[in-house]
Design a protein around this ligand. Structure first.
Ligand SMILES: [Fe+2]
Length: 327
């Protein structure tokens, strides 16, 4: 009896020692995703150790740590960085049972990451002061005198930097530089965050904001009278409509693959996907989960052709923004 008891003690002690928490590097903000992680812990009993940081910092850290990284799951705001990690041979190929749950165009074609949600770059405009037909047909029109002092943007924000990276691909380095210079000369107003831009537009402080789609919906949920709507450029060739996919990948060297897969399964599962669709107003990536009814369906937006990895080619973009005095 005592021997069995001692064995049991030894067993529980050792399993407690080996039952490591699942380590998540999250580039998505704590305010947004902590409730999801809490739900996952509640559903599965798996404890998470979530380490929040900016997506770019996480990518750099993970590349530095290589196979010594404590991270099991990498959850990033911009999936282009996951491609960088997979090309460094640091990510696990995700099993088809998980991949099959996600729309094909919203996951890595090589199978190293899955989109967890997506967002769209838009022009937010003040609906009291601007008619849709007066809106620019092309981003290049933002340098026109009629928009002088009326445009909000966020040069330090990762989404705007991703969009500028797209412009470098679609337009070329010099035209992008000249355009940024022109918009700056047109007295664009800089903000820290996209949400502040969209709010300023809704309050009538600005006519236009170069922002992300979901802020319009989040802010209007709080204040339905806010005079702001999203505008999508009419043509795909014009570089205005960019899709940014947030994604999740698994460390190739994880010792906790089963639990890591459970977390990925949860993030692309119905609970998390409905949360992204209806709490943050992002686009869900799971097959069969619809976007919120207030949000323009993805298939109605003519997107520019650019890869997620091209959006993550941020260094030359940052250099360009610094040169222009925007950072
Ligand atoms: Fe955001």
């Amino acid at each position: 009896m005592t021997r069995l008891f001692a064995l049991m003690i030894a067993f529980f002690t050792s399993s407690a020692l080996f039952a490591q928490d699942l380590v998540v590097y999250s580039g998505r903000s704590e305010a947004l995703v902590a409730p999801l992680f809490a739900q996952f812990e509640k559903e599965t009993g798996i404890k998470l150790d979530v380490r929040y940081n900016s997506t770019a910092s996480i990518a750099t850290q993970f590349l530095t740590e290589q196979k010594n990284s404590p991270a099991d799951v990498i959850f990033l705001q911009e999936s282009g960085y996951l491609t960088v990690l997979s090309e460094a041979n640091l990510l696990q190929n995700i099993k088809s049972e998980l991949r099959d749950q996600v729309e094909e165009n919203l996951q890595d074609s090589q199978g190293y990451w899955l989109g967890s949600s997506a967002r769209v770059r838009v022009l937010a405009y003040n609906t009291d002061k601007v008619k849709p037909e007066e809106l620019p047909k092309d981003l290049s029109e933002l340098t026109a005198p009629k928009w002088k002092g009326q445009i909000g943007w966020a040069p330090s924000n990762a989404s705007m930097q991703g969009h500028v990276s797209a412009l470098r691909v679609l337009w070329g380095e010099d035209p992008t530089f000249k355009w940024l210079e022109g918009v700056k000369a047109n007295q664009a107003v800089s903000y820290q965050k996209n949400g502040q831009i969209t709010n300023a537009v809704g309050q009538g402080e600005l006519l236009l904001g170069w922002s992300n789609h979901y802020y319009t919906h989040q802010l209007k949920k709080q204040n339905p009278k806010l005079a702001v709507a999203n505008y999508h450029f009419p043509e795909s060739g014009k570089a205005g409509n960019i899709l940014i996919i947030s994604g999740v990948g698994i460390n190739k060297h994880t010792k906790n693959l089963t639990d890591a897969e459970k977390l990925v399964n949860f993030l692309v599962g119905p609970y998390a996907q409905n949360y992204f669709a209806n709490e943050s107003f992002e686009y869900p990536t799971r097959k069969g989960v619809a976007a919120n009814a207030a949000v323009t369906p993805l298939n109605k937006i003519p997107f520019a052709t650019v890869t997620q990895q091209q959006l993550a080619d941020i260094e030359p973009t940052v250099t360009m923004l610094r040169k222009l005095g925007l950072l």
